[in-house]
Design a protein around this ligand. Structure first.
Ligand code: NAP
Length: 262
């Protein structure tokens, strides 16, 4: 299927690795020019080279910086000639016990996983509406639907973003102008983040990491973790010309782990 987005410009945040990278790969395959960001420049350059290899016809621009800061966002926006597609992403907050989290910890989580995407949405939506095309995908978490106790910072910040988006996505000024805003909710995907979290669990339990990974895979109906490629392909469809009638939705990609009917 031709997704109908060849030649569009996509800003893909936090995309040198993992799910963001998967999204950038899928968009580049569809002929989108991309601006990709991450804090570390080395992995970012390596990913940019891979993307150019996938599709030499597209432009790939890198911006090294922290997308959770005003400077990082300004640099990313300045590098993108126009944002037709925005994939909001950043690292997730650390797990822990809410009794130990002070105001500063909460503000950091809110900055990263709620306010940064809201600021980028604010910067892009009106010009998207003027041009009559815009796709925004917020990478959040399955924790928005089924909270994970120790990830309270993530549950809280991402639910705040999700609630905000539910309202703004339905504004006639946006929806009637072919601008959509949706959430893509990852369950367990095989990325550095998942492996780091599992390494922590392995250390705590004294088990080898491979044993922890194997038992976590078994918890999922598919008996495996998702791949960044699968995630990216889904994201690209949500950014496609065909997905204009879906907005304000939260799509769970978790291999069926969520146990509810709705
Ligand atoms: P990952 O493999 O660790 O990759 C994270 C990417 O984001 C890297 O490219 C990283 O590069 C970049 N990044 C992190 N913080 C950034 C910042 N402040 N500014 C700019 N770039 C930043 O993580 P992932 O698994 O793809 O996860 C992506 C998001 O999905 C996270 O919020 C995570 O919590 C959420 N999530 C993941 C899973 C899963 O199973 N993988 C499940 C649920 C939710 P630098 O470090 O160089 O900046």
């Amino acid at each position: 299927m031709d997704l109908g987005i060849s030649g569009k410009w996509a800003l893909v945040c936090a995309a040198s690795k993992g799910l963001g990278k998967g999204c950038a790969q899928a968009l580049v395959r569809e002929g989108c020019h991309v601006v990709i960001t991450a804090r570390g420049d080395e992995a970012l350059q390596a990913t940019a080279a891979e993307l150019r290899g996938i599709n030499p016809a597209v432009k790939v621009i890198t911006v090294a910086g922290d997308i959770t800061t005003p400077e990082g966002r300004a640099a990313a926006l300045a590098a993108c000639p126009q944002v037709d597609i925005l994939v909001n992403n950043a690292g997730g907050p650390a797990p822990g016990d809410f009794r130990t989290w002070d105001r500063e910890t909460w503000i950091k989580a809110l900055d990263a996983n709620m306010l940064a995407p809201i600021e980028l949405i604010k910067a892009c939506v009106d010009s998207m509406a003027e041009r009559g095309f815009g796709r925004i995908v917020n990478i959040t978490s399955a924790a928005v639907k089924a909270p994970i106790d120790i990830l309270g910072l993530s549950n809280g910040a991402r639910s705040g973003l999700t609630g905000f988006v539910a309202g703004v996505a339905r504004q006639t000024a946006l929806a009637s102008r072919n601008v959509t805003i949706n959430g893509l909710l990852p369950g367990p995907f095989d990325t550095d983040r998942l492996r780091t979290t599992m390494a922590g669990a392995a250390q705590k339990s004294g088990q080898p990491i491979e044993a922890v990974l194997a038992s976590r895979r078994k918890l999922n109906p598919t008996q495996r973790f998702g791949t960044a490629e699968e995630f990216g392909a889904f994201c690209a469809f949500m950014c496609s010309a065909h997905a204009g009638y879906m907005t304000g939705q939260n799509i769970l990609l978790d291999g069926g782990a969520y146990p509810g009917t709705y």
